[in-house]
Design a protein around this ligand. Structure first.
Ligand code: GTP
Ligand code: MG
Ligand code: ZN
Length: 296
């Protein structure tokens, strides 16, 4: 059978939707139990005789992975081959900045750029100015927007140009709504992957990569109640906070964890308020979490 390369653009447990190299889309199954393709994966695939399905026979090595520990403490890969992460918070449900920091930590460790987007400013225009300024000061892209009024959506479009991004955040903050806004007239062409919740709200149940008009693509992902990156060690936690890792070279001890060590440049910056106490609290929580997981 002739083989083709393809990108996984949507996953429904063991069924996949592919964009083949020739630009067409196809449904696919997976050969064997060992392969675990995720959205964004580049795969080798071949046609199954007398069927419309394709068969995924191999996954090319990944540039990077967005991961999280699952309930059993194993590492679950959420998506692969990303070059940008957008984490969305909103006026409603109430923004959880610790979740935002944990996603940014994951982006840092993947070595990709990231943006913090605050949506639903039509509900509360001034709610997050301070937090966003704080993120902008340490070098993240920031946007305030409303998928309802369209305000700020162009800024997100510009950030996504030429990129393969993932959009993440709590359930209900408006990730799918933002993507719908970005799609505008092209909306009808995309098959949105969503199901209805008990309250009749449309919630995204599967990850799907959406090509944006012009350039760029973005993976819409199901919202979360909580998120923590899967970290192998507490040293990685410091790497996940760019303002902390920048200061770490000035700490007295090379293995400083920035908790109670003497001569710690991070604690000093905290006292001088040159780093955010809230971000530092996020860092401590991730250190604790990583230690807990390591003990289990
Ligand atoms: N007022 C207002 N409502 C919005 C805005 N953006 C989205 N919403 C509403 O918020 C609700 C949730 O939006 P979704 O786009 O489904 O949120 P999501 O982040 O994709 O949620 P999950 O798929 O569950 O993770 C919907 O009822 C939207 O109409 C906004 O900018 N302003
Ligand atoms: Mg959604
Ligand atoms: Zn230190």
């Amino acid at each position: 059978m002739p083989q083709q390369h393809a990108i996984v653009i949507a996953t429904f447990s063991r069924r996949m939707r592919l964009r083949l190299d020739d630009g067409t889309e196809a449904e696919a199954r997976i050969k064997g139990k060992r392969l675990k393709p995720v959205c964004g994966d580049r795969v080798t695939t071949e046609r199954i005789a007398n069927e419309s399905d394709w068969l995924i026979t191999d996954i090319q090595s990944r540039d990077n992975e967005l991961t999280r520990p699952n309930m059993r403490g194993q590492v679950e890969v959420l998506a692969a081959n990303l070059d940008y992460l957008i984490v969305v918070a909103a006026a409603e449900p109430k923004a959880d900045w610790f979740i935002v920091d944990r996603y940014l930590c994951a982006a840092e460790i993947m070595n990709i750029a990231a943006a913090v987007v605050y949506n639903k400013i039509d509900l509360d225009p001034a709610a997050a100015v301070e937090e966003l300024n704080n993120y902008a000061a340490i070098g993240y892209d920031t946007v305030q927007c409303s998928a309802e009024t369209g305000q700020g959506i162009d800024a997100i479009r510009n950030l996504l140009a030429e990129r393969c991004a993932i959009i993440v955040g709590q359930s209900g903050v408006g990730k799918s709504s933002i993507i719908n806004c970005l799609l505008g007239d092209s909306l009808q062409k995309t098959s949105t992957v969503s199901g209805k919740t008990g309250e009749g709200r449309h919630t995204t149940v599967n990850s799907a990569m959406i090509s944006l008009p012009g350039s760029g693509s973005v993976i819409d992902s199901p919202g979360v109640r909580d998120y923590a990156p899967a970290l192998e060690s507490t040293t990685l936690a410091a790497q996940g906070f760019r303002e902390i890792s920048k200061l770490a070279q000035h700490c007295r001890f090379a293995n400083c964890r920035h908790l109670r060590e003497p001569g710690c440049a991070v604690k000093e910056a905290l006292e001088n308020r040159t780093i955010s106490p809230r971000r530092y609290e996020s860092y401590k929580r991730i250190v604790n979490l990583t230690e807990q997981i390591a003990r289990n």
